[in-house]
Design a protein around this ligand. Structure first.
Ligand code: SF4
Length: 91
C-alpha cells in the first residue's frame, strides 16, 4: 500500500487564523521523539539546530499526538472549527 499516495488525495481547509494544535514552547525531547515517529502525517520534524518544526495544516485529526503526549507537548489540541480541517477522500 502506498500510504503517501493515499494521503495525497485528502483535502484540507486550513484555519489560518486559529491553529487547532499548539505545541508548548520548550517541548521535552524524549516526548517529542515519540511524535517524530508516530504522527501519520509526519508533521513533527526537527530542524538542523534541533528545534521543532511543526505545521498543523496537514493534520489528519487522528489524535495520536494527543493520546501519546497530551499536555507534556501540546498546549492545545482541538478539532478544527466547523467545516475546516481534513476532508477524507475514499476510493
Ligand atoms: Fe499528526 Fe494525528 Fe497529531 Fe494531527 S492529530 S498532528 S495527524 S498525530
Amino acid at each position: 500500500v502506498d500510504v503517501d499516495a493515499k494521503l495525497s488525495v485528502n483535502k484540507f481547509r486550513v484555519d489560518k487564523t486559529n491553529p487547532h494544535i499548539v505545541v508548548v514552547k520548550e517541548p521535552e525531547m524524549a516526548e517529542l521523539r515519540k511524535l517524530l515517529i508516530a504522527c501519520p502525517a509526519g508533521l513533527y520534524k526537527l530542524n538542523n539546530d534541533g528545534s521543532l518544526q511543526f505545521d498543523y495544516a496537514g493534520c489528519l485529526e487522528c489524535g495520536t499526538c494527543r493520546i501519546l503526549c497530551g499536555n507534556t507537548i501540546l498546549e492545545k489540541w482541538q478539532y478544527p472549527q466547523g467545516t475546516l480541517g481534513v476532508e477524507y477522500q475514499y476510493g
